[in-house]
Design a protein around this ligand. Structure first.
Ligand code: SF4
Length: 295
């Protein structure tokens, strides 16, 4: 089974990259950084290196090993389009998503210019499918709103916004060609407050453009106390997209090993596999065979 998560709008997380650096006000209280830094220096822990950016090729084939179709948040602990992640590595991750197409992938970034450039270039092959949802974070007007225009300038079939943490009133938001909006307030120590009026404005925009609205949380220091109801209602709307059936484990194993052979033939990624030590696929297969006998 995929790595379960408490994030309300997804089923599982997949992190073939770990770590990141801050880029805009929405990053101030980054939950991923706070989590990762707790384990800096803990020998053998996945976050032994804290929040330093690292490629994790041993994770790349994980989606083939999960035994049920899942909604997968890609790089919940990083940003796939960070400048230190090589183009070739991003392309291979996206190839995995294209091949393991029985899952639905949610790719969220604050590096929207690189997203725009790649979806119009080397990642165009992954834009006409409905099982990869491409999204940008929007925390305010200055940094967040331009990202929406970058996303709109891509040929992605499914485009979404994560308006979290919402830091100010965005007033009117043009949601043309946007398929989903998630809204949430910041949570944890030092959480910046979010006003109800700002959330209601976004709900109005969603209704105007007929875009599904997902209200994740009010946030605050103790988010359990503030909950996730808006005017007495829970908003758990998603875009409707068809799902492919999951193939049996023999087919999944074959797909994964064919991909691994292709990746290993890629000269530009030799340094990645070198760092992985043994074969990433065989390591996953061995790991999974202890937990899930299917792959
Ligand atoms: S872009 Fe995302 S993962 Fe990276 S520092 Fe900002 S909030 Fe954290």
């Amino acid at each position: 089974m995929a790595t379960k998560t408490k994030i309300e709008w997804t089923d599982a997380t997949w992190n073939p990259v770990r770590g990141c650096t801050k880029i805009s006000p929405g990053c101030k209280h980054c939950y991923a950084e706070a989590f990762a830094e707790r384990f800096r220096g803990v020998k053998g822990h996945p976050y032994e290196h804290g929040f330093d950016l690292r490629l994790v090729p041993g994770k790349i084939f994980e989606p083939f090993s999960w035994t049920s179709p899942s909604m997968v948040f890609v790089n919940s602990m990083s940003d796939l389009f960070h400048q230190d992640v090589p183009d070739e590595y991003i392309i291979e991750i996206v190839r995995v998503m294209m091949n393991a197409n029985w899952h639905t992938y949610q790719v969220l970034t604050k590096r929207s210019e690189r997203l725009m450039a790649m979806l119009n270039g080397s990642l165009r092959f992954a834009t006409s499918t409905e099982h990869i949802w491409w999204g940008v974070s929007v925390e305010d007007t200055k940094y967040g709103k331009p990202r929406i225009d970058h996303l709109r300038q891509t040929p992605a079939q499914i485009k979404f916004l994560s308006v979290e943490p919402l830091l100010e009133d965005l007033e009117f938001v043009d949601l043309s060609d946007i398929d989903w909006v998630i809204v949430g307030g910041e949570s944890g120590p030092g959480a910046r407050p979010m006003k109800e009026e700002w959330v209601r404005n976004l709900l109005r925009c969603c209704r105007h453009y007929k875009v599904p609205f997902f209200f994740k949380q009010w946030g605050g220091v103790q988010k359990k106390k503030t909950g996730r109801q808006l005017e007495g209602q829970t908003y758990d709307e998603f875009p409707f997209t068809a799902r492919e059936a999951i193939p049996d484990r023999v087919v999944r194993r074959q797909l994964a090993s064919d991909l691994e052979a292709q990746f290993k033939a890629n000269e530009a990624l030799k340094f990645v596999w070198g760092a992985a030590g043994s074969s990433p696929l065989s390591r996953i297969t061995a790991q999974r065979s202890r937990q899930v006998p299917s792959l």
